[in-house]
Design a protein. Structure first.
Length: 259
């Protein structure tokens, strides 16, 4: 049974096209009736729209095999709360379409999503809101954001900075929060009864943002080098023995061939 990341694992970060072996891997799971959940931290587009895109490029992922942070956001921020949200314009548009009110005067929560060009003014604004009592919430906790062959600090890095600056804790909506993994497990149980984290292999290109947290819950981590990291030496020597993945593969084709 599998949990599978999307960006850098199933689709390429720049072209947004399937990575080698991704389509065949999903097809294999479908035809073999192997339980799986595609768990992405995507927040730029409505959930149904992003899943439809994945389907359109050949990834035959059923709706009940898909989960992203937007689908569980209401557990962290009620629709009647005021939100100071930071991220891409498309992310802000999605929040408005979901019924959230964006407020940059006296927000109840500061919500952080991915963006490659946060400004010092935005950071200063976030800090003021947090020190005034707004909750700090990350849509996910990715370590790096890869775009146009450049690597930017991920949402997790921004959250850590704000926590250090304000001494205020944060919560995370998507991966690698236990709440998000718990929801994926609940949905997985509709495919296979009595499933446990120990029964699941998780595949991702992000050690800090996905695999380490999943492994702490008992999952087996497979690290692929098709996304954020160009080779294993960029990250694995920096991890403790307990944080090391179960196995490392170049891409989903190698994962498929290992089954």
């Amino acid at each position: 049974m599998f949990f599978i990341d999307v960006q850098g694992t199933l689709i390429e970060d720049n072209s947004k096209q399937p990575i080698r072996g991704a389509v065949a891997f999903i097809d294999h799971l479908n035809t073999s009736n192997i339980p799986y959940m595609v768990i992405t931290n995507s927040t730029k587009y409505p959930s149904d729209e992003f899943l439809a895109y994945l389907n359109s490029i050949g990834l035959a992922i059923p709706k009940d095999h898909y989960l992203d942070p937007l689908m569980v956001l209401e557990r962290h921020i009620a629709s009647n709360e005021k939100v100071a949200a930071y991220g891409s314009k498309s992310f802000l548009d999605v929040l408005v379409s979901m019924g959230y009110t964006l407020d940059y005067t006296q927000p109840d929560a500061v919500l952080i999503a991915i963006k490659e060009d946060f400004s010092s003014h935005e950071y200063a604004q976030m800090i003021e809101f947090i020190l005034s009592g707004a909750r700090l919430i990350g849509m996910h906790e990715t370590s790096l954001y890869a775009k146009n062959n450049k690597r930017y600090p991920g949402v997790g890095a921004v959250l850590k900075m704000l926590e250090f600056a304000t001494s205020c804790p944060y919560t995370v909506v998507g991966k690698p929060s236990k709440t998000f993994f718990d929801e994926a497990l609940i949905r997985m149980s509709k495919q296979h009864e009595n499933v446990r984290f120990e029964d699941i292999t998780i595949i991702s290109d992000d050690m800090s943002g996905d695999l380490i947290g999943a492994q702490e819950l008992g999952m087996k981590g497979l690290f692929v080098l098709s996304g954020k990291y160009r080779n294993r030496d960029e990250i694995l020597p920096k991890l403790s023995l307990n944080e090391q993945p179960y196995a490392v593969y170049e891409d989903m084709q190698e994962v498929l061939e290992s089954l």
